[in-house]
Design a protein around this ligand. Sequence first.
Ligand code: PLP
Length: 375
Amino acid sequence: MNFIPYGRQYIDRDDIESVIETLESNYLTTGPKIREFEDAIADYCGAKYCVVVANGTGALHLASLALLNKGDRVLTTPNSFLATSNSILYVGAEPIFVDIVQDGNIDLDLCEEELQKNSSIKAIYAVAFSGNMVNQKKLQYLKNKYNITILEDNAHAIGAIYNGIKAGSCVNSDCSIFSFHPVKHLTTGEGGAITTNSKDIYEKLLTLRGHGMVKTLDMKPWEYEMRVLGFNYRITDIQCALGLSQLKKLDAFCERRVKIAKRYDKAFENSMITPLYRYSGKSSYHLYVVQVDFSKVNISKEELFIKMREKSIGLQLHYMPINKQPYYKSLGYGTEFTPMMDRYYEECFSLPLFPKMSEKEQQYVVTSLFEVFNV
Ligand SMILES: Cc1ncc(COP(=O)(O)O)c(C=O)c1O
């Protein structure tokens, strides 16, 4: 069996043709594909505006510059990739780590407790972990009651729908971000996007993406003005051409992911391997995470990873708690009371899941797991 990673891109002939077409055009960057991709994403998500950027981390950085000020306190999750809370630090704001609930998402009830205790909290950065959108009703309630800023990190969740609300539509948030890294639902190699319904935020993001530079019609032809300290987070037309072609297949990718997830759900019924959550229609399944009580099985998690690797299967752990990383510890983090996250880190791991994964490969993953656990 060839190596089965936890995630992998799906590229077909149409994608390759789209890239070639752009390579043969007059614009490799700052050309028409940028706006075309932005409009297509905004349209797909049902948001008013979209800004595409070089990667998901850049999307988080720019969104944080637009939403936060130095010293702002932001509630966020320890169960994410580093970039989520790093983006809060980039702008001199202060992340506050809140525990998670069973499905791996931030505990919004605990967020409310924090908001009641501390009226200076400015924002919540909520991650739709593994593609499973955060509770939109609760998000709306918190936003209205406490007048806070909300960013949804939907890097895992493009294509997800929660009670009719699409990931990235920003119905209950100020900004949402996506990542187009190859393991995600759709890829541009590296890439990211921010969606928003605010014209003001949109204009700030556009300026910040390009060095803080502005050109207006009343200026002389060569003139430009730098009004804020911006960056170069541009994405190329080549990448956007790939993204546009991938976006056409996004619903099919999500369907494939859901189908695979449902098969895993079924395979683990009545076993010691428990899905982090079972299919309920609100996840677009970037990841399929399972939970095992390692005190009740024959091997440790480390041995499991090694043995599965020997069988050419790549397991992964999403994520190590961010607040316990050495850098965060050096800032004084790491001792927060997060029993759910601690348990998650002890017991959970991600199985291979990607649209091209065959039924045979999936069956092999399941049998290998049971074999290694000796059940
Ligand atoms: C939840 C989350 N947010 C942000 C990012 C950053 O995205 P990128 O790798 O495109 O910079 C990732 C990437 O893995 C992610 O998983």
